[in-house]
Each structure stands twice: as structure tokens, then as C-alpha cells.
Write a protein that binds this ligand. Structure first.
Ligand code: FES
Length: 103
């Protein structure tokens, strides 16, 4: 498994950060417990960027039409999205956030 550094951003619990790398978009999420996650950065409803997505009760909310995705699995949990978004391996190492974009 090859991890690619994406951003050194420091994510506070309960926040997200939209990043783009090598032509792909990702949403980094720090859940309320402090665990780091990475999801596809485009919403499965209308393929709009999840930039600005909010975290609520284990889910991220799309800022466009309110679709809800489970942070841990990317599963769609609320309309208008009925398909989930992919999750990606992510980790923190040496003060960096690294995402495996080839998984
Ligand atoms: S683009 Fe996300 S809910 Fe429509």
C-alpha cells in the first residue's frame, strides 16, 4: 500500500476539508471522536463537490441538497442521494495527513 501525502491541514474534530490531488477530489473528515476518514469529494447525487460539508452525528451532510453519508462507510443515509460515496485509506504520520489514492 502506497500512501500519498495530501495536505498538512489540521482538522478539528467535527470538521471536513475538501482536497484535490492528481485530478481527483476527496473529503477529509475528522469525526467527533477525533478519528480521521477520507471519502470521495463528489456527492453521488449530482456529482457536486462536498466542499463545506458539515459533520453531524456520524454523518456528513452535502452542502448542496442535504444528502447524508455515513462517515465510516460512505453509505447514503438520506435523500436525495441513494448511492454511497467511496471511502479511502487515510492516516496521520509525522504531522502529515496521508491518503492512499491507489487503493
Ligand atoms: S449534490 Fe449533494 S445532495 Fe445534491
Amino acid at each position: 500500500m502506497t500512501f500519498t501525502p495530501v495536505t498538512p491541514a489540521d482538522l478539528e474534530p467535527g470538521t471536513t476539508r475538501f482536497v484535490q490531488h492528481e485530478g481527483a477530489a476527496y473529503l477529509l473528515v475528522r469525526d467527533a471522536e477525533g478519528a480521521l476518514h477520507a471519502l470521495d469529494g463528489l456527492c453521488s447525487h449530482a456529482l457536486l463537490p462536498l466542499e463545506g460539508a458539515r459533520v453531524r452525528r456520524g454523518h456528513v451532510l452535502c452542502p448542496h441538497h442535504g444528502a447524508r453519508f455515513e462517515i465510516a462507510t460512505g453509505a447514503a443515509k438520506g435523500p436525495p442521494a441513494y448511492c454511497g460515496v467511496r471511502t479511502w485509506p487515510v492516516r496521520e504520520r509525522d504531522g502529515m495527513i496521508e491518503l492512499d489514492s491507489h487503493a
